[in-house]
Design a protein around this ligand. Structure first.
Ligand SMILES: Cc1ncc(COP(=O)(O)O)c(C=O)c1O
Length: 283
């Protein structure tokens, strides 16, 4: 699978797909993206992903009309059919397009580059999830517009690799002593049975999985709060988990040297892992 991609209006073989070296995405990281899970050939919360894509485009002044965003659902289904995708991911990448000569100042009449392709990622098994993962804490040194799903991911790349190089699953980010998110995930804590996640701001991505978890919590007997979480509060939590489209709910049982919940995956984390899994299976 994954051989047919959609590039600028055409379904073509991946080996034939090419873009101009003058593309602003290549030269400046000037673009936005989405990563959308597909389960049993069904698309996970397509409307929410397209709404966030539209918002990201608006934030960087690319006219979403010029991208024909309403047609993207059909394109994504085309990729799923042509590549016979069952359980995988769809990657959507939109840049401001090619511009020559290279100039920080963008022209307003550029034709955006649109790429849609299937991508495989390793998903944790239930056994792995139930064993829990370790995280480390770093200063959030990224820019202050992390609510935009920008393809300029250098900060996130360095922070995620810091985790990987030191055998952690994720780097949890602190800005002005407050938790923002993970290098590639949102973060939740549990305190006395309540579920808490940092409130939305320009310092974190409005995760589609984050939003789903908040809605599922509201339908359950759990209280959910979106509020500030200081670094002390983070490591004093009863439970911690990370959420993202790739591995919906990932329990964190140790943060640097601090063991959370006796190093075991907590009941609330398990409950939300099961709730999200059920939601996906019933898509
Ligand atoms: C920085 C960051 N925050 C949060 C998320 C989670 O967002 P979503 O649940 O929409 O995948 C991601 C996912 O890639 C991310 O890269």
């Amino acid at each position: 699978m994954d051989n047919i991609v959609f590039l600028n209006g055409k379904f073509i073989d991946k080996s034939e797909a090419s873009i101009s070296i003058m593309d602003r995405g290549f030269l400046f990281g000037d673009g936005v993206y989405e990563l959308i899970p597909v389960y049993k050939s069904r698309i996970f919360l397509l409307d929410k992903h397209l709404a966030r894509l539209k918002s990201s485009l608006n934030h960087i002044n690319i006219d979403s009309e010029s991208v024909d965003i309403n047609n993207l659902g059909e394109v994504i289904n085309g990729i799923i059919e042509k590549n016979k995708i069952l359980d995988s991911f769809i990657y959507v990448h939109i840049t401001r397009g090619p511009q020559s000569p290279r100039n920080h100042v963008y022209q307003t009449n550029l034709k955006p580059t649109i790429l849609v392709m299937g991508e495989n990622y390793n998903i944790f098994s239930k056994d792995q999830i139930m064993r829990g993962f370790q995280a480390t804490v770093q200063t959030d040194f990224r820019w202050t517009k992390s609510h935009i799903k920008s393809i300029s991911l250098l900060g996130n790349v360095l922070l995620k690799n810091h985790a990987n190089d030191n055998n952690f699953y994720e780097t949890l980010l602190i800005r002005d002593d407050l938790l923002t998110e993970g290098a590639a995930s949102n973060v939740f804590i549990v305190e006395g049975g309540n579920v808490i996640t940092p409130k939305l701001s320009e310092n974190l991505l409005p995760g589609v999985t984050r939003d789903l978890i908040i809605n599922l919590a509201r339908q359950s007997d759990k209280q959910v709060f979106e509020e500030d979480i200081s670094s002390d509060r983070l490591i004093s939590a009863d439970e911690i988990w990370c959420s993202s489209s790739t591995n919906y709910v990932v329990p964190i049982t140790k943060v640097d040297d601090v063991i959370i919940q006796n190093g075991k995956v907590g009941d609330t984390t398990k409950e939300f892992y099961n709730l999200v899994t059920k939601f996906i299976q019933e898509l």
